[in-house]
Each structure stands twice: as C-alpha cells, then as structure tokens.
Design a protein around this ligand. Structure first.
Ligand SMILES: Nc1ncnc2c1ncn2[C@@H]1O[C@H](COP(=O)(O)OP(=O)(O)O)[C@@H](O)[C@H]1O
Ligand SMILES: O=C(CO)[C@H](O)[C@H](O)COP(=O)(O)O
Length: 568
C-alpha cells in the first residue's frame, strides 16, 4: 500500500493544534499550534458576566496556519483524510449558506453573532427555564438522556439567550451550528441542508435522540421560546458518527491548506470524545481529558446499559465516542482554569505594580514578568506537593465556573475555608488540586452508584501531562491507579483516527485505536499512606459543598424576594 497520512485538528479553548500522523501506525510526523489572536486579548468576552465569545476568524486563521505547516512535510496526495474536533457546546448563528453571522456585513464585531464558547454561562436563566419547562410542560422530558438537568453550557440555552438578547442576530440567524460542524462545513463547502451534523454534539448538548425523531419537538421548542418557532426545521434531524465521511475538501480550502480535493473530511466531534479515542478507551474505562476543564468519558455496550438513565451527567449517546457503543460524558467546568485563576490572582503585583517599579528598567520589568509567569505553575506544583498535609487544613470547592457534574448547577461559585494566618499560596494551590480530585471522585461514584462500573481510569490532556502532583493526588483520592496517555495532542490524534476510518484506512474506530494508539507514558499508583487521610478530607469536601450549595440557594431566594419587594 502507498504511504498514507491523516491530519487531526483539535480546537481547544485557547488554541488550535494540528497533527499529521501516519494513517497506518499513528506515528506523529508533525504538529503545529496556533493561539487564537483575538481570544488571547479576551476580545468579545466579559469574565465578570461569564461571557466568553470566540470570533470565527480566530478559528479560520488557526486552521490555515497549523494545517499548512504540518501538510508541507509530506506529498499532498498522500494526505488522505482529516477531521476536526472542537470544544462544545460552542454554537454560533449562521445564515442560509452556513456562514457564521460574524463573517457577514454588520455583524463583524457583534459578540452575539460569534461562537458562544462552552464556558460562557450567560444563559443561566434560560437553562433553569428549560429544566423547569421540560419537567412540567406535559410532554416528553427531552432532558432525560442528558442527565435530566440541562446546562447553561449547552446548545438550546445559548440559542434562547442570544435570541432574546439580540433581535438583529435573531432575525438574521437562519440556523445555528456547533463549532465542530461549522468548521467541517467550511472545509467541505457543502450545502447546509444536506450537511452531516455531529452525533456527538447533537446527542450530548442539543437533546437529540433517535427515540423522538431527532431534536425536541417543535411544540416544546416553541413552548421554550416563541421566537424560536420554525428553527427546528432549519436545524437538522439526522446525525452522523465521527467515523463517517462528511465530504472531501473544497477547492478553496484545498488551495488554502496546501492539500488536494481528494482529501476526505470526516464528520466533526468534540475534543474530549476524540481524546478518549486516542486514550484507547474501551468498555468501562473512564478517560479523563484534563485541560482547561475536564471531561470524563466512559463507553459501555449499548445492551448492557439498556434503558437505564444515568442522572446528573452530560448525557449518554449511542455512538458519540465509538460507533456502536454508548458514550457517557461527565466533567468539571474548571480544572486547569481553576489553577489558572489562582495564578492570575497571585500574579496581580506582576501586572499592576512591577510596571510602575522605580528600580527596574522597562526591559527588566518585562523580563521579570515573563520569567515568573513562565515558572509560576511549575513552582506552585512543586511547593504544594511539599506541603506537609498535617500543616494545612485549607479546603476548597472547585466551582469557579459552576458545577458541571454530578448534577449540573452552573450558578454555584468556588469557595475556600479553614484559612489561617499561616495559610500561604502553596497551601491554597494544594487545596485547589485536592478539590479538583474530590470533584472527580464524586463523578466516579455517581457512575458506579448508577451501575456503570469504572474498571480503569486514564488521564490525558495538558494537566495530566504537566502536573504529576495532580495525577498522584487523583490516584490517592480515587484510590485507583491512573494511566496517563503518551500523546501530548491526544484529541488531535483521536480526530486523526476518525479521519483514518473515514478515509478507509481502517475498518472501524476500535481497529484504528489498536493500530494508531501511542500507548501510555506513566502510571500513578495510590500511596497507601495517604488514602485514609484523603478519605476523611473527601467527607469534609462533601459537607462543605452541601453547606455552600444550600446557602447560596437560600441567599439567591432572599435576593429574588428583595428584588420583587422593591418592584412592588
Ligand atoms: N504545570 C501545570 N500544572 C497544572 N495545570 C497546568 C500546568 N500548566 C498548564 N496547566 C493548565 O493546563 C490548561 C491547558 O490545558 P490544555 O490541555 O493544553 O488545553 P485545552 O483545555 O485548551 O485543551 C490550562 O488551564 C493551564 O492552567
Ligand atoms: O464539554 C466539552 C466537551 O463535551 C468541552 O469541549 C470541554 O470541556 C472544553 O474543553 P477543554 O477544557 O479541553 O478546552
């Protein structure tokens, strides 16, 4: 057989990465990373309001830069397939040709016309409304395969919110697309009406399910928001798994990327699901894709789960990870992001005071800021790992982006307790890492309580690769060994595996995993001396969580009553 290569393109929160791999063996030939230019300046975002929007030009520029760079390593005609994975739910409004509204006249600078990033929580009220209406409207509860609780991170809540906020966007939006679908449509240049939308995105975030003929009924959608009447027809009814062919590269994109129009483009998927494939997921493994957030992906045989619904997770979808198996997703909204938040907090003097320094030149200021910023996360890991656990009782809740699972409540906030005059930055960092691990344990326990055994845990993603301290703590808290995948770009490798199946190199995803898998780099085994102590602290974390949740609900109730009284 002639040599064949595939490209996996992974759109993360901050950057896009492309990997070129040997389609037979998965050996990496080249990789390229491109940070989003506008996003890195946080344009179109307002963190205080949890508004996080991304401009499609960031994505298209990154596509061209990364793919061109890796594609030049081998003859273009040998690159037989490519696939895109993205974050999600990250939907954006499009016109009747599937063009993002932010790329059409009049909407170029309008955040509502852009992609609403997964971690945008401006639709909290709409998510609450969807949950309330789904349970009371008198028809099918369309949230049932999505853990029974719809999140403000997801498709319909975001569409409702933007539609209500922005009449011009609502009027111009012919349809809406998940980011992974929109990019795949750009690359293939097909028609919006016949385009193959992602099963993974639709099933986990858009309440799509075969049993009710696709998306929630028109009656329900109209009941949610009358302004959405008719949108369902302009969305989609069929969905496709990520091993299927979406099309071939359009002439325009073949030229822009330095490829040929014979290159097959697979159906899009989410980053975590593609990552799980590269992490060699199999029945009853949990693959933890640990980056900005964490997604916990589990697969199980369809017939073993049957009609069982797992409450409080981010959905159970036929074929969302491996076609033919049930894909289940859970996760935590802030993992790397929680640590990045803390770093931001303690770097305040670097941003605010160092530039005013009377003793350092501008060049020295810049060099100092750079040096400390580069070392900060690594040094915090080291210092936190060295903290004597008996010395610090600091306890944290990891909910700075809300709680994704178990039982989504994105309105929740993070918290710290047991601070003393002796508490320092490594103590707090250690508490944050522990909180992430306790949150993870709650997720594992939820799956097991609901009859989905977790037989092994695999970690991958930036945090799994960079923080040995996090991974050891996780092994101790879960009291299970954790394998860490070798690949530094696992979601991109997973997308490449999907592309190889779509291009006909491998017959199915499981075969592609076996042939193209890069294996595992490390295994963290639980330290028996730490397990009992973490068990005790886990109980404290849960009690702290219940306290904060109950009190934040009570305080939100009081605030609502005060507002009503003021209006009366
Ligand atoms: N040494 C470290 N220890 C723990 N977390 C880290 C470290 N270095 C970077 N991170 C976190 O990794 C996250 C990025 O992970 P990555 O998998 O590369 O990105 P993405 O979420 O975009 O896929 C950031 O949130 C960052 O805070
Ligand atoms: O929920 C998701 C997938 O279902 C998001 O894509 C994910 O949480 C964001 O990914 P990352 O943290 O790797 O940027």
């Amino acid at each position: 057989m002639t040599q064949a290569y595939v490209i996996g393109i992974d759109y993360g929160t901050d950057s896009v990465r492309a990997v070129l791999v040997d389609a037979g063996t998965g050996a990496e030939v080249a990789q390229a990373v491109h940070p989003y230019a506008r996003w890195s300046q946080q344009r179109y975002c307002n963190a205080a309001q949890n508004q996080f929007r991304q401009h499609p030009l960031d994505h298209l520029e990154g596509l061209e830069a990364t793919v061109r760079q890796v594609a030049q390593k081998v003859p273009a005609e040998q690159i037989v397939g490519l696939a895109v994975d993205t974050t999600g739910s990250t939907p954006g409004p499009v016109n009747e040709h599937g063009q993002s509204l932010a790329l059409t006249p009049g909407f170029e600078e309008n955040p509502n016309a852009m992609f609403v990033l997964w971690k945008d929580h401006t639709a909290l009220a709409e998510a609450a409304e969807i949950n309330q209406k789904a349970k009371t409207w008198g028809g099918t509860d369309f949230t049932q395969f999505e853990g029974g609780i719809y999140s403000s991170e997801w498709f319909w809540a975001k569409i409702m919110h933007v539609t209500r906020q922005d009449a011009a966007v609502a009027q111009a939006a012919y349809s809406w697309m998940e980011h992974c679908d929109w990019l795949t449509l750009q690359l293939t240049g097909g028609e919006l009406t016949t385009f193959k939308r992602s099963r993974c995105a639709a099933g986990h975030k858009a309440m799509w399910h075969e049993s009710w003929g696709g998306l929630p009924s028109e009656d329900f959608v109209r009941h949610l928001e009358p302004k959405l009447a008719g949108l369902r027809e302009r969305l989609f009814s069929a969905t496709y798994t990520a091993d299927e062919v979406a099309g071939t590269l359009s002439r325009e994109w073949a030229e822009r990327l330095g490829l040929t129009t014979n290159t097959v483009v697979a159906v899009g998927s989410f980053d975590a699901h593609a990552g799980a494939v590269a992490g060699e997921i199999e029945a009853y493994s949990m693959v933890k894709v640990m980056g900005t957030s964490t997604c916990d992906i589990v697969v199980a045989p369809m017939d073993a789960v049957g009609t069982k619904l797992v409450p409080g997770i981010c959905g159970q979808v036929d074929g969302s990870v491996i076609p033919g198996m049930l894909g289940l997703e859970a996760g935590q909204s802030a993992v790397g992001d929680l640590l990045a938040w803390f770093r931001q907090v303690i770097e305040w003097p670097l941003r605010a005071l160092v530039p005013q320094s009377a003793v350092l030149t501008a060049e020295q200021q810049q060099a100092l800021r750079q040096e400390l910023s580069d070392r900060m996360m690594v040094e915090l890991n080291k210092a936190a790992a060295a903290v004597n656990p008996d010395e610090s009782a600091v306890l944290a809740l990891d909910w700075v982006n809300g709680r994704r699972t178990p039982d989504a409540n994105q309105a929740l906030k993070g918290a710290l307790m047991n601070l003393t005059m002796g508490t320092d930055a490594p103590h707090i960092f250690r508490a944050l890492v522990e909180a992430i691990c306790y949150g993870s344990r709650q997720i594992v326990e939820r799956f097991e309580q609901e009859g989905i055994a977790i037989k092994q845990v695999i970690g991958l993603g930036g945090v799994a690769k960079k923080s040995a301290f996090m991974m050891q703590t996780l092994a101790d808290v879960l009291n299970r060994p954790i394998k860490v995948a070798e690949s530094d770009q696992a979601p991109a490798l997973g997308a490449a595996m999907y592309a190889a199946v779509a291009a006909g190199i491998h017959p199915d995803v499981t075969t592609a995993q076996r042939a193209m898998g890069n294996g595992f780099a490390d295994t963290y085994t639980p330290n028996p001396d730490r397990v009992a102590d973490y068990e005790r602290r886990y109980q404290q974390y849960q009690a702290f969580g219940r306290f904060v949740e109950q009190n934040s609900q009570r305080m939100a109730g009081q605030a609502a009553e005060t507002a009503l009284a003021a209006q009366a």
